[in-house]
Design a protein around this ligand. Sequence first.
Ligand code: HEC
Length: 239
Amino acid sequence: MQTNRERKLLWGILASVLISTVAMFLFSQRASAGTPQDRTDRVQHVQVTPCDGVANAGLDVPSSHDPNNREQSLKMARVILAAWMERNPQRVGSWRQEEALAMASHPVTGAEQQTIPAASAPEKQPVKFTDRDKLIWNLELKKMVDEGYRLFHSSTGLGGTIGISCDMCHPDSSNTHPETYPKFQVQLKKVALLRDMINWCIENPEKGKPLPQDDEKLRAVEAYILSQGKGRSLEVGKH
Ligand code: HEC
């Protein structure tokens, strides 16, 4: 038989256990809620393929992932590239070799300023194109190539959604082989122009939307990739 005192003590213990459990629960809820931004930070699991459309890498992308966080995106790009390398071990050696070569031979170009001289008085026997003409054309070309360079290195410029840019796997445009286009690409199931392949790579692995064929951005990236391949002989269709 319990005495009144004992019963009171028991109820008291039970009540305090209950109160502290509720308090702890409420406290933990508050702590995990954090700021409103944290609350929406869900991790999204995405399947990404590199440009082959086959090798699959699963990535956990936090919804707060900042596409401008290059360090974080680079890590993701490496995971995707590693999935391709695992699938294609026989191609890793030449991939790495070409990457090193390209990086050694294509120093990053800055947009150096050039002034266009004033047009000289028309000559009696006009030559077809003056040096001034050629300078203007070269500057126009450089402008387009520089824009392509910018987009190739931008994680958002081509509409990518997971923070990855082309240069993360193709430093200095290595391993893009522009001289082999057009060629039949299995993943596209057709003969692809270089720009078709660029568009494919915007979709996978950048997880963006393909651009219209005459889009200025697509044209600029094509110009940049081709300019990096300058001097190579055409090997249309080569695999
Ligand atoms: C995550 C790494 C990764 C990223 C990012 C990436 N690529 Fe690729 N890319 C690859 C791999 C791997 C291949 C080789 C695929 C194959 O042939 O199996 C490739 C192939 C290519 C090719 C074809 C090369 C050939 O031999 O015909 C082109 C062109 C290309 N990429 C352009 C791009 C462009 C443009 C972007 C950005 C929009 C991009 N890539 C982003 C990994 C990547």
